[in-house]
Design a protein around this ligand. Sequence first.
Ligand SMILES: Nc1ncnc2c1ncn2[C@@H]1O[C@H](COP(=O)(O)OP(=O)(O)OP(=O)(O)O)[C@@H](O)[C@H]1O
Length: 338
Amino acid sequence: MSFLTLSHIEQGYAQQPLFNDFNLSIGEGQLVSLLGPSGCGKSTLLRLVAGLTPLQGGRIHLAGRDISHCAPRERGIGMVFQSYALFPNLSVFDNVAFALVQQKQPKAQIRQAVEAMLEQVELSELANRLPRQLSGGQCQRVALARALVCKPRLLLLDEPLSALDARIRRHLREQIRQLQQAYGLTTLFVTHDQEEALTLSDHIVLMECGRIVQQGNAAEVYSAPVNEFAARFIGHYNVLSASEAQQLSGHAQTQALAIRPEALLLSTQPQTLTGHCAPQPVQVERLQLLGNVLRYQVRCGELSLTCDRLNQHPQQVFAVGQQLWLSVPLAALRPLAA
Ligand SMILES: Nc1ncnc2c1ncn2[C@@H]1O[C@H](COP(=O)(O)OP(=O)(O)OP(=O)(O)O)[C@@H](O)[C@H]1O
């Protein structure tokens, strides 16, 4: 059953339409990522749900209640932004306690709630510090604690990790996921980073220009992109026109196709494999080391294809210019809608 429902949303800026009959349903306790390029409307959607931007048309329901025109503070929603937006003159403790103080909760109760929350985000030791005495990752954990301490019914996260370095980012996203699951908290997470969406989410909503292009769980969205936009945005797919696909597969093709780079097999000898197209000669044009993965760009006639291989043995790295053979599993060819 849907916990957050956006129905027939109409929204735009200065005569410029952005959402036209936009609909989205989110189940209780799910972490849903809104994924898409800059300007596709992710933040606007979050602001509409939070009540920070007035809704022009349509309805928003949260836990069965119509919140379309409620004031932000009446919605029971917690929000964390990319910019931490902490009060600079308040300690970590007082930042987290702020909303509870506003609600005039008893002091002892506030202390207990804040201390428990700081422990959850591993900040108990830093309770008396000011925001300027914290790292970016620590600031973001304070912002998260501040949003969670009010026990929101819905958590909105607007690119909360994008200002942080890669290691802190990974750690914090695991922490967010653990807390979200521990509290069973329905969460909408905005990101333009596909890896982040794939690793964190129960459900991914891929957007382009105010429209949903595709939605599903990570495996569905990753393994079966519906069109060229989805294929290019998620997973660095090779996208081939119908005639290119025909050239590569040797089979008649009427539709554009996508192939994941890790599905393509490179070998030094031609291999005739069941369920594969006939082996094709290729030449290595470029090689990129992505840590555990080697990414080859290979030339196959007029086609340039990306092939990923696990970086297992240094002696098995192919050189730029090397002649190889390419095998394409037929099952890996994904037809794309126009
Ligand atoms: N206050 C505003 N006034 C006019 N246009 C706006 C306003 N806010 C956003 N827009 C426009 O609406 C569109 C969607 O913006 P939005 O910030 O929702 O996108 P986004 O997907 O969150 O992008 P990003 O990832 O860059 O934050 C963009 O074209 C943007 O220029």
